[in-house]
Design a protein around this ligand. Structure first.
Ligand SMILES: [Zn+2]
Length: 357
């Protein structure tokens, strides 16, 4: 049976208006809206045309009702910078990610969620300290943030949105925390985005009663404190704080140079004047727009394990995509483009079936 919501989902994912899709599929605009609203039931030929135009398998449109992510249930960073089309496309990726997540949980047992509810806490610095304490992290820098979050039960997916206006979003679903992280920006910025979403998950679990501006500020404050604990930063920073000191420090705490400088200012380790001159120098050296000599991008250890295990059972990524009725590129986009996982060096010239994994 044709599922109208799946047509909207695929169309949003492809960033198409109903009119654009109608043009691609050679159908009338009215037909698209009637199908999406469930007024008409399409014949097989129409479903084929839509599937072809959208680049989704026919099976995608005749499956169960899709998971739908409600905009209001999602904490978006810089929500306002995003166009409605970008937002809908990202939310559609989230919906596909939930289907993928359910598929994995039917086959593997993933870590149980182990986050605490800190919604009563209004000070992000204190919230970050409490979560660090709860997870027994002390005040050391975090080596691999995605691994840490996954160990504590967060389901972390990648977004392959080719735009800087989509950073990340997160939400709770059936008692499980989900984070979708765009990997368009530098690894350091992505790490900060990840910690920012973690802040939303623990501090804003019950929505946003205070209005978006303060929750965004709180999540940023949480990220900053969680990644760069005050006591550790104060005791570890050599004085005077020169630009080279900042560059060494940002590598230690795995954050951007700008985030490091901002933190030093916030902790009064440097003065406003020092902060400003550091920013000027960092901008000159390209740290406003990028992260020269940055850290390697983190990917998901859980997905690496899952893919390796499946590969050892001769289950390829193409087969997972087929099982889920997803285009392979959509699957890859959600799982960190871990295309080469499961290939041993001695198996470089593997048959196509194995290479696909
Ligand atoms: Zn946010």
């Amino acid at each position: 049976m044709f599922i109208p919501k799946r047509l909207s989902l695929a169309r949003h994912r492809r960033r198409l208006t109903a009119k654009a899709l109608a043009g691609l599929a050679g159908l009338a605009v009215d037909t698209i809206s009637r199908l999406e609203n469930g007024v008409n039931e399409p014949d097989d030929a129409t479903v084929e045309r839509l599937a072809h135009a959208l680049g989704f398998p026919v099976g995608f449109f005749v499956s169960d009702d899709p998971e739908v992510i409600d905009t209001s249930a999602v904490s978006f960073r810089s929500f306002s910078k995003m166009s409605a089309r970008e937002r809908d496309a990202a939310l559609a990726a989230g919906a596909l990610g939930l289907e993928l997540s359910n598929w994995v949980e039917d086959r593997f047992s993933l870590p149980e969620p182990n986050l605490i509810d800190l919604s009563y806490e209004t000070d992000p610095e204190a919230a970050a300290n409490m979560l660090r304490q709860y997870w027994g992290l002390g005040e050391k820098p975090i080596g691999h943030l995605i691994a840490l979050l996954e160990t504590h039960g967060a389901r972390v997916f990648s977004l392959s949105e080719n735009t800087a206006s989509v950073n990340a979003f997160s939400f709770w679903r059936d008692g499980k925390p989900y984070i979708f992280l765009n990997n368009f920006k530098t690894s350091e910025s992505s790490n900060f985005d990840l910690a920012h979403e973690l802040g939303h998950l623990v501090m804003h679990k019950h929505g946003d009663p205070k209005g978006a501006r303060s929750t965004e500020r709180e999540a940023d404050g949480f990220a900053s404190a969680f990644l760069m604990p005050a006591r550790d930063v104060r005791s570890r920073m050599p004085r005077p704080v020169t630009i080279n000191v900042v560059l060494a420090a940002k590598a230690r705490w795995r954050v951007s140079a700008m985030a490091m400088a901002y933190r030093l200012r916030a902790l009064s380790v440097i003065s406003e004047w020092q902060y400003k001159s550091l920013c000027i120098e960092l901008t000159k050296r390209g740290f406003r727009t990028g992260e020269p000599g940055g850290i390697e991008r983190e990917t998901s250890p859980i997905w690496r394990k899952v893919l390796t295990q499946l590969w050892s059972e001769r289950v390829t990524k193409d087969e997972i995509a087929r099982d889920l009725n997803l285009p392979v590129d959509e699957l890859e986009g959600l799982i960190w483009n871990l295309a080469a996982v499961g290939q041993r060096p001695d198996r470089v010239n593997t048959p196509p079936r194995l290479e696909a994994m």
